[in-house]
Design a protein around this ligand. Structure first.
Ligand SMILES: [Zn+2]
Length: 279
């Protein structure tokens, strides 16, 4: 069984102007409008997709079992198609950065439809204008459907940092997330999607349970939880684009797979060259 992990950022409220950004961290290209987000989530429910919590990807056998986490926790009561015959990937919904729109715009829609989600919060930005406050983040984490996770402390790219600094960022971010949420465990997503084997190792050492990247692709059962691919949902996506994103056979995925393979080939040539030089 496979899963697609969707990556959202801010949700643009009704009536906000086109390039509305809630905070200095935000990029208008990632701001999906509330209306579009509501349509996308409703589409997932109408089409009977299995929607899992991120934690379910990490629990052995959970991805291949045929009930969604929300159904097993008794929250979701909607209609689904025959999930046992469902060949489509399961879906996971995530949000990056920690905008206040996680709570004000996304939460009502997700709660209404019983869709679980993880909100990755850049802990150093908590309480900044447009971002979640500590109380808001705690409120999200207190709901059974939702979890919060780390997204670095400063939101600087972890892959660019000296090791000691990266360790500090991860340790601070992990302890803050646990302190605010009261969660025993927490996953994280990499700021800017920038990650590396070293970042993955340090994230594991800091105590995180998983690392979500911005590398597009499908997550396969028992794959590395410290390299979870995700697909960004952008403001420019129409509902049709969104539907194509959910279909691993679609052109979007074929193009991305091809790009990835080309990059991997280039990387393996480079590593062969560098190991030939001894370093
Ligand atoms: Zn980010």
């Amino acid at each position: 069984m496979e899963a697609l992990v969707l990556m959202y950022h801010q949700i643009v409220p009704d009536g906000a102007h086109e390039n509305w950004v809630p905070a200095p961290l935000a990029d208008p290209r990632y701001g999906v409008t509330r209306l579009e987000f509501a349509r996308q989530m409703a589409h997932l429910r109408q089409e009977g997709y299995r929607i899992l919590a991120l934690d379910d990807l990490l629990a052995p056998g959970r991805l291949s079992s045929d009930s969604s986490s929300a159904a097993s926790s008794g929250v979701y009561s909607g209609d689904t198609s025959d999930a046992t015959l469902d060949e489509r990937p399961a879906l996971v919904v995530t949000f990056d950065d920690g905008y206040e729109t996680d709570l004000t715009q996304a939460l009502p829609i997700l709660s209404h439809l019983g869709i679980p989600a993880t909100f990755f919060v850049a802990t150093g930005h908590i309480g900044s204008p447009g971002m979640l406050t500590e109380t808001m983040a705690a409120e999200l984490a207190a709901r059974p459907l939702f979890r919060i996770g780390g997204h670095g402390e400063s939101h600087r790219f972890l892959s660019d940092m000296p090791e000691a600094e990266c360790r500090r960022e991860l340790a601070r971010s992990f302890s803050r997330v646990r302190e605010i949420s009261g969660q025993k465990s927490a996953a994280m997503s990499a700021p800017g999607g920038r990650t590396s084997h070293r970042v993955a190792d340090l994230a594991r050492q800091a105590g995180f349970s998983a690392l979500a990247t911005s590398r597009p692709g499908l997550y396969r059962e028992r794959a590395d939880p410290f390299s979870i691919p995700r697909l960004p949902v952008l403001r420019s996506h129409s509902l049709r684009d969104f539907v194509a994103l959910l279909d691993p056979r679609s052109l979007v995925h074929r193009k991305e797979r091809w790009m990835r393979q080309a990059k991997q080939a280039a990387r393996s040539v480079l590593s062969t060259l560098s190991s030939a030089k001894g370093g």
